[in-house]
Design a protein around this ligand. Structure first.
Ligand code: ADP
Length: 793
């Protein structure tokens, strides 16, 4: 056999990286491809797309094509995968992998980034381990010459986990799982309305053959009555257990029943539990006899544009995959890119694949505790959260002894954010399960101070579970929210009210004002004994500017709203083509939501208060836009976006920037300003905000519970008695307020000293092709009171 044409590709000057999607498609794959293509090109590589998964690699030819920068424009908002995916039987065989190796060498590709599920990544790892043998065989069988293969001694593989099931060990989330969860929650929310109207029961089947993540998280996010997941098969008596829970909820006055079942649900004996079995039970069981329907969600779960988190995850992981390729040496084991809480990490690919298989093995061997332990900590946390929030008041065995039970006050401070109500619901449920008394303080400290004598219960009321049970998907704040801090309300009065209502613990949910409030209460403890109780804050604000955490609940809901708004605005420009929109975002003095939204929609530039805006910067960006439009031959009709945080500059407003662009464009293109305003608070909270709210709120009450000794001296001497819960890097931590106030807070600018996302701004710029524009000399430091009077703050 003669060596194959075309002529021998010797080691290219530029590295050639290929990106491939394989296995089941998932939302977020296109953002990942876009990131790999653009980051790769930016780093001086040629980037190729392998179409139709491993089939493309085996067949080669036109299924392996080079990408140009502009070809991935607009891919952030596209669902599925635009380079196709397929199951490929040939790749299971060595002969197929031999062909694939030959095609890789012929195209000069020495690194492969694969976005797929555990099957695809197993195949990838096998391919890499066989690579030297495959290359040798190609030479021995004279399909390629030794000369041709010389530069390809090693193959670099990097895995990106694209899957809606979130079934990969070692990572908290896979690209696509939160979009699928979003779709499920949206559907369950719709179904709930009709279930409630007709007092019906619905059994909803969701995807997940070996992994119950979607069913579990949907159960937590929607407050479902009962769930069935593969990792926690029900004991033989599941029928009685489920009927008892449903009957109990019905007796409490609930008009709807929602049961969520994963495809792979079994009982402990290995018998499949089907939606039909559940339906028959609910419909026929004496005492229940519920009008019951089954809804199988099916492929809608895969569909549509990715949610903000999946665009973020796909993008950042795509960027990290390119970096991993460039860092790799022949001795580095193949990595896959994971995310742990808030941190993008690299981990050994094969170990994760083995661990994932181990879960399936453990389930098959009926070792369910092991299956559960092999999932990440969030999974078991969530399972416990789910149990807590659904079995309320049924299980008296977990009540604490009377002397350990507490009167826990819950207050919302600041502006509404998605997740505040679900967090409150979870905290109340946990309190009831443990025998505590959860008390609502209505309308923040202002309401507390002013209305304590108005009604028989004043501004403080015991929560009514039947009412609270409906808050799992409610936006806003059901108990009322206010920005006033205790000092503004009058600390002496507030302290006297704490005494009057005999609070043993305080749970605050809110944004920067809530942080300020807790700081004031902590400092006033020296003076007022009634304030010597454990207090903790769950950060909740769309701005994500609370020190002590990298994530505030509500910020994800806001990002999704902002992203949907930007997508629409971008598309609206398709008729006229040449249009730039300058969109003003909220966010206070933190550029978080502007930057993250910029990442999710592909903004040309993002202006933040941290960086500021200067005339030189604007001029450079306008010049860049001019070039972009001059070179645009109509590949994508959608408009371009610039995002400006509301406080990025005192002078350059979105309108002024849009006017400047229009003036300078000399009719070569147009510009418009646009302000989404309070739309950004969002309607229904996103599933991420809902589920994290539940998990973190329960942790907060557990934390308060630890303070058995609530003497003034014990509280005063323990820094953990006033804390803020937060996600920091890969962990969930309670940070002592004193330390956060003193070391982590930029008080004049009302944001953390160190904002973890600042480095993401560079990625937004790189991926949008923004040149290295001149940066402002110095950003604004603190908006002063006089600015407020002048209407500037
Ligand atoms: P997923 O990646 O979503 O888990 P599959 O298990 O169907 O989906 O795998 C996708 C493709 O990856 C398969 O069609 C096959 O080409 C390849 N693949 C999967 N497992 C292996 C394996 N053990 N060896 C070689 N190739 C594999």
């Amino acid at each position: 056999m003669s060596p194959a044409a075309p002529p021998p590709p010797l080691r290219q000057k530029k590295r050639r990286i290929a990106i491939m999607t394989s296995g089941g498609d998932s939302p977020g794959m296109n953002p990942a491809i876009r990131a790999v293509v653009r980051m790769g090109i930016d780093k001086g590589c040629d980037v190729y797309g392998v179409y139709e998964g491993y089939e493309g690699l085996v067949q080669g030819g036109d299924l392996i094509r080079q990408f140009q920068w502009s070809e991935v424009r607009g891919w952030l908002s596209e669902g599925g995968t635009l380079i196709g995916t397929a199951r490929c039987m040939a790749f299971y065989e060595r002969a197929g992998r031999l062909k694939a190796a030959k095609n890789m060498v012929l195209h000069g590709i020495d690194a492969l980034i694969i976005c797929g599920g555990d099957g695809s990544l197993t195949g990838a790892d096998k391919f890499r381990s066989e690579w030297p043998d495959l290359v040798q065989e190609l030479v021995d069988t004279k399909q390629l010459t030794a000369e041709q293969t010389k530069p390809y001694k090693h193959l670099n593989i990097v895995g990106l986990v694209g899957s809606i099931d979130n079934d990969m060990s070692g990572t908290d989330a896979t690209i696509g799982c939160f979009s699928a969860l979003g779709r499920i929650c949206e559907m369950v929310d719709y179904i709930e309305a009709t279930a409630s109207s007709h007092s019906r029961a619905f059994v909803i089947e969701v995807m997940g053959r070996h992994c119950g993540w979607l069913a579990l998280m949907a159960g937590v996010a929607t407050g479902a009555d009962f769930i069935f997941i593969p990792e926690k098969p029900r004991p033989e008596k599941w029928r009685e257990e489920m009927c008892a829970v449903v009957a109990h909820h019905r007796q409490n006055g609930k008009r709807k029943t929602i049961v969520i079942v994963a495809e792979g649900a079994y009982d402990q004996e290995g018998n499949k539990i089907t939606p039909e079995m559940i339906k028959d039970l609910l419909a026929d069981k004496e005492g229940l006899a519920l009008d019951t329907r089954i809804t199988t969600l099916g492929h809608v779960q895969r569909g549509g544009s990715a949610c903000a988190y999946d665009r973020y995850l796909g993008t950042l992981q795509g960027v990290e995959a390119v970096r991993a390729v460039l860092d790799a040496t022949p001795d580095t084991p193949s990595p896959f890119i994971a995310v742990n809480e808030n941190k993008i990490t690299r981990k050994p690919l094969m170990q994760a694949v083995l661990d994932t298989k181990e879960v399936a093995n453990a389930i098959a061997a009926k070792d369910f505790d092991r299956a559960m332990s092999l999932r990440d900590t969030e999974f078991s946390d969530m399972y416990n959260s789910y149990r807590t929030t659904t079995s309320t008041a049924i299980d008296n065995s977990v009540h604490l002894p009377p002397k350990k039970r507490m009167r826990i006050a819950i207050i919302h401070v600041g502006a509404p954010a998605g997740g505040v109500n679900p967090a409150t619901r979870a905290a109340v449920a946990y309190c009831l399960t443990r025998g505590h008394t959860p008390l609502a303080i209505h309308n923040g400290f202002a309401g507390f101070a002013r209305h304590h004598g108005d009604k028989p219960d004043g501004a403080v009321r015991e929560f009514d579970w039947l009412e609270v049970d409906n808050w799992a998907n409610k936006g806003g704040s059901e108990i009322g929210m206010n920005r006033e801090t205790p000092v503004e309300s009058g600390m002496e009065l507030i302290a006297s009210l704490f005494k009057l209502y005999k609070f043993d613990g305080l749970f605050i949910i809110g944004g920067f004002e809530a942080f300020q409030s807790l700081s004031q209460l902590r400092k006033a403890r020296e003076q007022y004994s009634s304030l010597c109780i454990p207090m903790t804050l769950l950060p909740a604000t769309i701005s994500n500017n609370v020190p002590g955490t990298e994530y505030s609940i509500g910020s994800d809901t806001c990002l999704n709203e902002l992203m949907a708004y930007c997508d629409k605005v971008k598309q609206s420009a398709s008729a006229s083509r040449r249009r730039v929109f300058v969109i003003e975002t909220q966010g206070g003095r933190s550029g978080y939501i502007a930057t993250l939204a910029g990442l999710a929609v592909g903004a040309v530039a993002v202006y933040t208060p941290e960086e500021g805006i200067s005339i030189a910067m604007l001029a450079a960006d306008i010049e860049h836009l001019r070039k972009v439009f001059a070179g645009d031959s109509g590949q994508s009709r959608a408009g371009r976006l610039i995002l400006v945080n509301e406080k990025a500059s005192k002078v350059y407003s979105a309108k002024l920037i849009a006017d400047m662009i229009r003036e300078e464009a000399h009719e070569r293109f147009e510009s418009r300003d646009s302000i989404p305003g309070h739309v950004q608070q969002g309607g229904v909270p996103s599933p991420m905000d809902r589920t994290r709210a539940v998990r973190l709120a329960i942790k907060c009450i557990e934390h308060l519970e630890q303070f058995e000794d609530r003497s003034d001296s014990a509280i005063l001497s323990n820094p953990q008695s006033a804390t803020v819960i937060g996600i920091k890097g890969a962990s969930v931590v309670f940070s002592p307020m004193k330390e956060v106030e003193e070391n982590e807070t930029d008080w004049p600018n009302r944001r953390p000293n160190h904002e973890f996302w600042l480095e993401l701004k560079g990625i937004v710029d790189t991926l949008s092709g923004r040149p290295d524009v001149p940066r402002p000399e110095s950003p604004l430091v603190g908006w002063k009171a006089k600015d407020k009077k002048r209407g500037l703050s």
